[in-house]
Design a protein around this ligand. Structure first.
Ligand code: TRP
Length: 345
């Protein structure tokens, strides 16, 4: 048994609440990311010790071009900061700057079985989409993700439903590690303030806003004002209800949901009434929604552009993030090497 089990390390195996999450640097930030994730990060950074990471190594599993990656990383950094993520409050860093990640990933790989990795839904999806590039990094994606999380001994992981299987695997790897080498790591769990995550519907009346699917259905923070207006005006509607107080079809319900995100209560109440009275004019509604979306998005876009124009600042943010996250990572890795008995002198 390792020393750690006997003596209890100064760093408790179940530390105060530490939050960790990763952001993929593929694709531009959109309204769905903001209301589904970033807004929660902004709140969490006030209440917890937070590590927010740009998952650039993960993106190499499917996007090996590092030239594109370089500009994507800057954009995602800038967009998240423009949305309120504060590098002074949270540790905001790039995965590839924390070399300790690769070491922990290697150790964890010895605890991950081929069978369980092959069963992962995200792996099967990606293998199907890219049969020409089913690499080992893709297979062990959840192992790398586990390393990201437990490197900071985090237990609270703000992620959406699509990541739940990865977290379940992370817990399995942690249990195996702790069992074999001593209680070092807390078990990570999805954490979203005990609420259902807000799903932002797409403008085409089906599904949610997402980066890969229909571009016209998704509002990006990089969209200019006219593009935003145009996308909103194209949202699916019909000729209006024919009966008073009729239930709303899905695509109309979705438009009202979008209004709730950015419009004032008065505006929403007016259009609800118009709908119930069969006097609603969807053209007017969409004009109003378009303006309110522009008012919401354009300051964030401008802030993003200001940040992107200041490369010195971005480099500063990355360096500071790298330093802070490596400090935390190095502490953990000392415990890990000791627990594993890899300290030969
Ligand atoms: N796999 C996550 C996604 O696709 C990104 C990610 C990488 C992550 N490392 C993480 C999320 C660690 C939470 C914790 O969105």
């Amino acid at each position: 048994m390792s020393e750690i089990n006997k003596t209890m390390d100064p760093i408790s195996p179940f530390p105060s609440k530490i939050v960790m999450s990763g952001i993929r640097p593929t694709g531009m930030v959109h309204l769905g990311n903001y209301f589904g994730a970033i807004r929660n990060y902004v709140k969490m950074q006030e209440e917890f010790e937070c590590y927010f990471m740009i998952a650039d190594l993960h993106s190499l599993t499917t996007h090996p071009d590092t030239q594109t990656l370089k500009s994507n990383v800057r954009r995602v950094l800038a967009e998240n900061i423009a949305c309120g993520l504060d590098p002074e409050k949270a540790t905001f860093f790039c995965q590839s700057h924390v070399y300790e990640t690769s070491e922990l990933y290697l150790y964890l790989n010895m605890l991950a079985y081929k069978g369980e990795l092959e069963k992962t839904v995200t792996f099967k999806d990606k293998a199907r989409q890219h049969p020409e590039n089913v690499n080992a990094g893709l297979l062990t994606y959840p192992v790398l993700q586990t390393a990201d999380i437990i490197l900071h001994r985090a237990s609270l992981v703000p992620v959406g439903k699509d990541q739940e299987q990865h977290l379940e695997m992370a817990r399995n790897f942690v249990v195996r590690f702790n069992h074999r080498y001593g209680n070092i790591f807390p078990e990570p769990h999805a954490f979203n303030y005990q609420q259902e995550l807000i799903k932002v519907p797409g403008l085409d009346g089906s599904g949610k806003m997402s980066k890969s699917e229909n571009n016209m259905a998704t509002l990006y923070f990089a969209d200019d004002d006219d593009t935003i207006r145009k996308k909103v005006m194209k949202a699916k509607t019909d000729s209006g209800p024919t009966e008073m107080n009729a239930p709303k079809p899905d695509y109309i319900e979705n438009i009202f949901m979008l209004m709730k995100l950015v419009c004032s209560d008065d505006v929403i109440r007016k259009f609800e009434e118009d709908y119930n009275q069969c006097t609603i004019r969807y053209g007017d509604l969409k004009k109003q929604l378009g303006e309110d979306m522009v008012n919401f998005i354009s300051p964030i876009r401008q802030k993003t552009n200001d940040i992107l124009a200041n490369d010195e600042y971005l480099v500063e943010v990355m360096k500071k993030g790298a330093q802070k996250s490596r400090e935390s990572a190095q502490k953990t890795m000392e415990l890990v090497r000791k627990a594993m008995g890899l300290n030969y002198f």
